[in-house]
Write a protein of this length. Structure first.
Length: 359
């Protein structure tokens, strides 16, 4: 039996309980978690903005050590340190064949299948196929990434979502070039990773926007050259900061119609607005036909940083080892499983950066 934070129904509080995990079957691997990040997507699953079968163990950003492997597993051995991958590409579907593994048609295959049971035999599902809010988990071999040498196992958990997403949003989805200006809307874990990635890309001006004025010092430490407290004048303020033009790139990390609209309106003519945040299906964003023509902006979405984790993880590790990427700076709180509900409330209030469950 392993301890886990269980969601029994949408909107219900998480319950700390014990679940039974089977020995890993063919092609599956058991992992003892060292740490798991608390991501806004976990909150979205808990509140029903994103859907998951229940009961479910949430958590999709984690790292740990392999403790057992099933038949046919060839890439990992007991004792290997790994990062969990919540969107494992199959490599054989149409979109993988187009070189877009972040959109793999089979990445969610493991989301709906139970992976453990409660004491009474009730089936338990793995959140986003990973179930990192537990002492241990069992996942398919392809849902793992080998941890590169020289990266601390605990902070490596952040590589599994926040950092891959933030770095990829800048370098893959937006394609930020040296000297360009970048606006980052929303400074949670992903937004802070975007700030660091923009600095690594050589952005000339990096403008951070958040509802919390207390985040200004944090934003500047991560690479922001300017900080703006979110209000209904953000677009006008950004234009003033950019000689009347607007930002070359606006990267939205909140996932609300209003903040997507703010990012769009803050982008210069011919610039690019990249949406990273995950919003609700009923939250609408509208544009007039004339403004689409007049501003000639590009509006694009970004899924998992448009990353190929197997290729990008070694690149991120090199940035960490060289001191260009600071994983520890992304962590605002180190918590226990029992404290995840408090971390959810902190996210709702727009406080802190990334809470990290340390086992």
């Amino acid at each position: 039996m392993v301890r886990a934070a269980l969601l029994t129904a949408v909107g219900a509080p998480l319950e700390l309980t014990e679940i039974e995990l089977p020995e890993p079957g063919p092609g599956r691997v058991r992992v003892k978690l060292a740490a798991a990040g608390v991501c806004h997507s976990d909150l979205s699953l808990a509140t029903g903005i994103l859907r998951a079968p229940v009961p479910v163990v949430l958590g999709h950003e984690g790292a740990g050590t392999v403790t057992a492997v099933g038949e046919g597993v060839t890439g990992y051995r007991v004792g290997d340190q790994v990062v969990l991958n919540w969107a494992p590409a199959c490599g054989g579907c149409h979109l993988c064949g187009l070189g877009e593994p972040w959109l793999c048609e089979r990445a969610a295959d493991g989301y709906l299948e139970p992976y453990g049971t409660l004491a009474d035999g009730t089936a338990v599902h793995p959140g986003l196929g990973v179930a990192a809010f537990a002492e241990e988990t069992v996942v398919p071999e392809r849902a793992l990434l080998p941890l590169p040498a020289g990266i601390p196992l605990t902070s490596a958990a952040l590589l599994g979502c926040a950092v891959l997403t933030g770095y990829g949003a800048v370098h893959h989805a937006a394609g930020v070039r040296a000297g360009e200006s970048v606006l980052v809307v929303g400074l949670g874990g992903v937004g802070l990773a975007v700030l660091q990635a923009a600095r690594i890309a050589g952005a000339g001006q990096i403008i951070a926007v958040d509802v919390s004025p207390e985040k200004e010092e944090l934003a500047r430490r991560h690479g922001a050259t300017d900080f703006v407290v979110a209000d209904d004048q953000v677009a006008r303020t950004v234009r003033k900061l950019t000689d009347g033009h607007g930002a070359d790139h606006a990267i939205e990390c909140v996932g609300r119609g209003s903040t997507i609209r703010t990012a769009w309106s803050s982008t210069r003519r011919g610039g690019r607005t990249t949406v990273v945040g995950i919003g609700g299906k009923d939250d609408q964003v509208s544009f007039s036909a004339l403004e689409l023509f007049h501003f000639a902006r590009t509006l694009t979405a970004c899924v998992y940083g448009n990353s190929d984790p197997a290729k990008d993880l070694p690149v991120l590790a090199e940035h960490v080892r060289a001191g260009r990427l600071d994983l520890e700076a992304l962590v605002s709180d180190r918590i226990t499983l029992e404290e995840i509900p408090a971390a959810f409330e902190q996210m709702r209030a727009g406080r802190g950066a990334r809470s990290l469950v340390v086992f």
